[in-house]
Write a protein that binds this ligand. Structure first.
Ligand SMILES: *[C@@H]1O[C@H](CO)[C@@H](O)[C@H](O)[C@H]1NC(C)=O
Ligand SMILES: *[C@@H]1O[C@H](CO)[C@@H](O)[C@H](O)[C@H]1NC(C)=O
Ligand SMILES: *[C@@H]1O[C@H](CO)[C@@H](O)[C@H](O)[C@H]1NC(C)=O
Ligand SMILES: *[C@@H]1O[C@H](CO)[C@@H](O)[C@H](O)[C@H]1NC(C)=O
Ligand SMILES: *[C@@H]1O[C@H](CO)[C@@H](O)[C@H](O)[C@H]1NC(C)=O
Ligand SMILES: *[C@@H]1O[C@H](CO)[C@@H](O)[C@H](O)[C@H]1NC(C)=O
Length: 304
């Protein structure tokens, strides 16, 4: 099945015609490969349309890619897209953890600086050879859902980590983007509204923190040759497939709750003007285009 991939990579439309008959019959689990092919095609077409100027990369730009030498697997982690669970999986795959139940690995441990080896820690020739030989994947998510999830998690939840975001970003956002902010509002940095957060991004860019930096900039999907594009919406099936591809031991990927996201998205985006939504779309346009997301659900029509 893997040679299918190479055909996809080179954009052969013939692959589209061959694959349906190439899918093995009677297997106990069948992954929807046609969907994966169309994700790859989407990425390729999107990348063709993006300036080729910025395709080069250096080792430090590979700091979101985690390495499992044992299974020849590279994972580009994207915050707010089930990355805690994938980091836990990587820890088990690399032998960094002996947990039999992934949930037993504390999130703080999974996120600790040294829980996994990063590709940026290798020297460039080594990194390049991994990029050439290993299976490399990322998991994408609707850019606005990811953004809203970051906002709610960092500016609304009363977690210890939200305290950091409130003081590091909240104070600045309130001072600059809330008219008539009181000194005590500014001092606390708490209760940044979604609209204030969006105004901040529109004015200052989306690169100040990995939780809202576009996937395009975190994972360099147009510079590296991704072998698999996961989607948050299909994370369990995708995880099964990836783990199967690299011959991993049986690992059950934890179920990710996928609750009232669409309704929630509408609720928050109603607070923005259409002008702001369009500007925000522009900011995340590569993620929308490369990973096949749109705004139909939100607006009733698409901006593209
Ligand atoms: C490529 O960009 C042009 C102009 O920006 C646009 O009209 C076209 O639809 C894009 N094509 C794809 C495949 O995104
Ligand atoms: C690596 O590339 C990034 C983006 O292209 C650039 O900003 C950075 O300065 C480069 N780092 C080094 C050490 O060359
Ligand atoms: C995992 O288990 C093995 C064998 O019991 C032990 O040698 C190793 O130190 C354990 N590793 C971790 C990270 O706990
Ligand atoms: C990571 O850091 C923790 C705490 O400093 C340490 O216990 C653990 O052994 C380290 N793991 C690796 C792989 O270096
Ligand atoms: C933020 O909102 C919470 C809940 O509404 C409230 O208890 C708290 O006092 C607010 N903080 C500030 C600084 O306004
Ligand atoms: C991706 O594939 C192309 C075409 O085979 C190759 O030229 C390029 O070097 C590859 N990029 C990386 C980072 O391996």
């Amino acid at each position: 099945m893997f040679n299918i991939y190479f055909k996809i990579k080179f954009g052969s439309l013939i692959a589209l015609l061959i694959i349906p008959t190439a899918i093995p019959e009677g297997g106990k689990y069948q992954y929807p490969w046609l969907e994966q092919i169309s994700r790859q095609e989407q990425l390729m077409l999107g990348c063709d349309n993006i300036s080729k100027m910025s395709r080069s990369f250096n080792t430090s730009s590979l700091d979101h890619i985690l390495v499992d030498h044992k299974h020849k697997l590279l994972y580009c982690y994207v915050p707010k897209v089930a990355c805690t669970n994938w980091k836990r999986v990587l820890m088990v795959l690399t032998g960094e953890s002996n947990a039999t139940n992934l949930i037993d690995i504390p999130a703080s441990l999974a996120h600790s600086e040294n829980s996994s080896l990063k590709l940026s820690q290798l020297d460039l020739p080594q990194a390049q050879s991994c990029l050439k030989d290993y299976t490399i994947f990322l998991v994408a998510r609707h850019p606005f859902e990811r953004l809203l999830s970051a906002y709610r998690n960092k500016f609304m939840d009363s977690l210890p980590s939200s305290k950091y975001f409130q003081s590091r970003y909240g104070r600045h956002i309130i001072r600059k983007y809330r008219p008539h902010a009181t000194i005590s509002d500014i001092k606390s940095g708490a209760n940044v509204t979604f609209r204030e957060f969006v105004l901040y991004l529109l004015k200052e860019g989306a690169f100040s923190n990995e939780h809202w930096t576009p996937i395009y900039n975190l994972c360099l999907p147009c510079s590296l040759n991704y072998t698999f594009i996961g989607h948050y919406e299909t994370i369990s099936e995708d995880a099964k497939t990836i783990l199967n591809m690299v011959g991993a031991p049986p690992i059950t990927f934890p179920v990710t709750r996928y609750g009232h996201t669409k309704e929630r998205l509408k609720y928050y985006f109603q607070q923005l003007s259409i002008h702001d939504i369009k500007a925000l779309y522009k900011l995340y346009e590569p993620d929308f285009k490369l990973f096949g997301y749109g705004l139909e659900d939100l607006l009733g029509y698409d901006l593209a």
